[in-house]
Design a protein around this ligand. Sequence first.
Ligand code: ADP
Ligand code: MG
Length: 263
Amino acid sequence: MNISAGTNAPLLSIKDLSVRFGPDRVVEDLSFSVKAGRTLAVVGESGSGKSVTSLSVMRLADMMGAHFETGSILFNDTDLLKASQKQMRLIRGKEIAMIFQEPMTSLNPVFTIGDQICEVLLLHENISKAAATAEARHLLDMVRLPDSEQLLKRYPHQLSGGMRQRVMIAMALACRPKLLIADEPTTALDVTIQAQILNIMRDLQRDFGMGMIFITHDMGVVAEMADDVVVMWKGRKVEEGPVREIFANPQHPYTRALLSAVP
Ligand code: ADP
Ligand code: MG
C-alpha cells in the first residue's frame, strides 16, 4: 500500500520563486507543487526556465551564479533555499535525485560503471562494498540492462547513449529518493530508445511510488508520462492542471501551439 500517494500534502512546493542571472530574471513568481506518487510534467520551449527551476531545487543554480530573489522551495518542511550546503549534500542524491539530458556529463569517464554506482551507495548508505556491488547489479537489472556483472566493469564510453541513460536512472534511484527530477532525459536519444527509457521510468515511478518532475518540450511525452502539467513561458507559469484537462481545453496560446505539434 502506498500511504503517501493518498495524502494531499505536497512532497515539494515551490512558492513565488524568482531567479536572476546578473540583471536577467529567468524565473519569475513561479509556484507549483508535486505530490508523492505523482508525475508532474514541466513543459516549455528552450530558454523558458525549466532547467534553472530544477537546478534551483537541487541548489545547484546558485553554484552556477544564480541569485534567488524571492520565494521558497519547501521539501518536507525544509526550505531548500535556506538549507546549508551540508544539509543539501545529505538531501541531494538521497532524498531528491536528478537525471540530466546528456548522461556523459554526469558520468565520470575514468571510473567504471560499478565504481560509480557503488560510490553513490557507499556515500549515503551504511553498507559494505560487497553489498553495494550486489545492489549495483540489482539496480542495473531494474533498468533492464542485461549482463549486469560484465557491465559493472565497463567504462562510460563503452556504452551507447541509451545504456548510459539507463545507468544514470539506476544511479538516481540507488538510494530510493522520494523525488526524482528528470530534465529532458530522452531528448538526446533516438526515438525507439526514447520509448524504452520512458517505459522504464514510468514503471519504476509506479513501483517506487515516488514523486517525479518530468521536464520536456514534447507534449506527446507529457501525455505518456504525467498526471499533471505546468506550462512555462519566458520564466513564468502560464498554465497548469491535470494532463487530461489541459489537453482537452488548453487556455494559453502557447499551450495550444504545443498541442498542435502532437500527432
Ligand atoms: P530551459 O531549460 O527551459 O531551456 P534554462 O532554464 O536553461 O531554460 O534557461 C533559462 C534562461 O536562463 C535562459 O535565458 C538562459 O540563457 C539563462 N541561463 C541558464 N543558465 C545560465 C547561466 N549559467 N548563466 C547565465 N544565464 C543562464
Ligand atoms: Mg533545459
